[in-house]
Design a protein around this ligand. Sequence first.
Ligand code: NAD
Length: 285
Amino acid sequence: MMNKAISFDDLKGKVAVITGGAGVIGSSLAESLSGLGVITVILDINEVEAVKVASAVEAKTGTRSFGVMANVLDKQSLQEAYGLILSRVGDIDILINGAGGNHPDATAKLEFASSGQEGDEKDTFYGLDPEAFRKVFDLNFLGTMLPVMVLTAGMKKRGRGVVLNISSMNAFRPLTRIPAYSAAKASINNFTQWLAVHLAKAGIRVNAIAPGFFLTYQNRFLLTDKETGELTERGKKVMASTPMGRFGNPEELGGTVAYLLSDISAFVTGVVIPVDGGFNAYSGV
Ligand code: NAD
C-alpha cells in the first residue's frame, strides 16, 4: 500500500480563529495560514487593529479574513463573537489561543534578592503587585480556557477540530524577574496536556508551541535599551543562551503551527514544541 502524499492541502478552506490575532505573533500566524488557504478570524479586544490586520491579510493572500472584537476573559463576549463567526463563515475548525502576555507590575527589577539588604523590597518579588499577578494569570490561563470552552462547541459536536495554545520558554524553566508570567505559562503546558487527554476521544487535538525569544512589543523593554536599541544585559544573556545566536522572526513560527494544525500530525496531541533556536536544549556549557 502506498502512503498518502504529505501536504497541507487539508487546511484549505478551514476556519481558524486566532485570539490576540491583532498582535505580533497572532497576525504573523494569520498571514502564514492564510497563505495556505485557511479562512482566518482575527479575534482581538482591539477591534480597530483586528479589522486592520484582517484586511491586510486578505489583501496579501486573497483568502478571506475578518476581524471580530471579543474579550477572551468574558464568556458572554466570546459567545457573541461565536454567533457572528457562525453567521459570517460557518463553524470553527481551528482555535489558536494567541492572547497572552506579561505585565510590567508583575516584573521584578532585580534578578536576585539578597539577605540583609534593606530597602530593596520594592525591587524584588516582595514589591510586586498581587493584582498584576492576577491579571497575568487571568490573561494567560483563563484567556486560553474560556475560548476553548466557548469556541470548540461545534468541534465537539462534529468530532473534529484542533486547538493550539501558545506557551513560552519560561514554562519549562522559569526566567528571572517574571514569576507571574512564568507560572502562568507553565499552567498552559499542563492544561495543554490535560485538555488533549480530555478531548482525545471527542476528535479534538490540543497542542502548543513554545516560542523562544522574538523581539516583540512585549519583551522589547527587557531585551533592548529604549534609547540606544542596544541589547540590555538580559538581552545579551538570552543571545548567549540561544545556540543559533539570534532572535527569532515571528514568521518562523508558521511552519511548526501549520504542521500541528494539519492532518499531517493527526496522531500528535498533548505536545508543546519549542521554536527557539535551541534555547531550551542548551545548558549553557
Ligand atoms: P502582542 O501583545 O503583540 O499581542 C497580544 C494581542 O492580544 C494584542 O493584539 C491584544 O490586543 C490582544 N489581547 C490582549 N488582551 C486581550 C483580551 N482580554 N481579549 C482579547 N484579546 C486580547 O503579543 P505577542 O508577542 O504577539 O504574543 C502572543 C502570544 O505569544 C502571547 O501568549 C505571548 O505570551 C506568547 N509569547 C510571546 C513571545 C514573544 O517573544 N513575543 C514569546 C513566547 C510566547
